[in-house]
Design a protein around this ligand. Structure first.
Ligand code: SAH
Length: 354
């Protein structure tokens, strides 16, 4: 439960329906009022005035005792080509990003789970900015509601691939997933949610038990231990062999296909021999490989492979019986990759431009 100073208003945003009912009771109301408030909050109501089916007296009580958390929007960038929109929320010192993407199957929001990140991946802009703090479930939900308000569209898929390592903030992340699924609220199907991890094995195991229907993506990027440890320090604790064994176990237990993300870095992991070892390692696993030409981040000195090379690699994988796709590049005109927008603002100190 949240800690709260005396006199401070209760934030309704991250509350479960049970907590909302208990809160209504605390206010001397019937529990079903809690359900009504929950519905309003999850529909995106920004004020108690909008909750027109609540008695006026209750709305006044809520005004005094509660608030609906939100995030300050600092900047919006839109890619004129494909309508991808990137939002930077927070304060000048601390920012988080969400990316709104339109696909043929619906609208997806890429959600951040932490302010910054502790994983230190060498190619990633979030790592460069350092770690500030975990986000609450309410702050993750606030990204969804704000993106809907801004775009006027409904988000029907979420991917936890924004800033942060979701499995390094598991309690808040699992609360957020449950909130998104709540039938009285957004009622989002588990299968419309994807969580991406750099490979924290113990939490991954727990996730497989807690959320067997939510999609799991693993950021693999390299297949040999020494090279992966260089690129992703988390590999020193959870090496490739153990990670792949846990992945195999996950697919066997849940019957769900795993996605491996593989950021293509020119000359580092896109050579024919890299692809052969990738094929050998994944052979026979219920999986899919998502190839992403690296979005280059100036500070890292690393460059992405060409789309042509990405296509060749996809073919080599497919020929070996491993389903592979090259991720459609969305938002390349804006700073589309994890943590880039925040990083650029830090570099130039520029202000809200829209
Ligand atoms: N921490 C989690 C989720 C956040 S990152 C994870 O590691 O999976 C989401 C994905 O974007 C990861 O696969 C990450 O490796 C990738 N990524 C980060 N920076 C990137 C960049 N500059 N170009 C391409 N992919 C990047």
């Amino acid at each position: 439960m949240e800690t709260r100073k005396a006199g401070e208003k209760r934030d309704l945003l991250g509350m479960t329906i049970e907590e909302m009912k208990a809160f209504a009771t605390e206010l001397g109301e019937k529990p079903f009022r809690g359900k009504q408030i929950f519905q309003w909050v999850h529909r995106g109501a920004a004020s108690f005035d909008e909750m027109t089916d609540l008695p006026k007296k209750l709305r006044e009580k809520l005004e005094k005792e509660a608030r609906i958390g939100s995030l300050a929007l600092l900047e919006v960038q839109e890619d004129p080509e494909d309508g991808t929109r990137k939002f930077l929320f927070g304060t000048a010192e601390e920012g988080i990003e969400s990316v709104f993407m339109q696909y043929s199957y619906g609208n997806t929001l890429c959600v951040s789970t932490q302010m910054g990140c502790r994983m230190g991946c060498r190619f990633c802009a979030s790592a460069l900015g350092g770690f500030l703090r975990d986000l609450t479930a309410g702050e993750m939900l606030a990204q969804v509601l704000a993106a809907e308000r801004q775009t006027g569209q409904t988000i029907n898929h979420i991917v936890l691939m924004g800033m942060g390592e979701p499995f390094d903030n598991y309690e808040n992340v699992s609360r957020f997933l449950r909130l998104m699924h709540a039938p009285e609220g957004r009622n989002m199907s588990w299968r419309h949610m994807t969580v991406s991890t750099s490979g924290l094995i113990p939490v991954m195991k727990r996730f497989g038990e807690d959320f067997p229907q939510v999609n799991l993506a693993i950021s693999l990027h390299r297949i040999d231990d020494e090279a992966r440890s260089q690129l992703m320090p988390v590999n020193r604790k959870y090496p490739v062999k153990e990670l792949l064994a846990a992945a195999r176990q996950y697919t066997e237990k849940t019957g769900r296909r795993i996605t491996f993300e593989y950021a293509l870095i020119r000359g580092e992991n896109d050579r024919p021999e890299d692809v052969s070892s990738l094929c050998a390692a994944l052979k026979g696993m219920l999986c899919h490989v998502n190839l992403i030409p690296l979005n280059s981040v100036e500070e890292t000195g690393l460059a992405g492979s060409s789309r042509k090379r990405a296509g060749e690699i996809a073919k080599q994988l497919e020929d070996a019986g491993i389903p592979a796709t090259v991720r459609r590049e969305l938002g390349t005109e804006i700073d589309g990759a994890c943590g880039q927008l925040r990083l650029r603002r830090g570099r130039t100190g520029d202000k809200l431009n829209r």
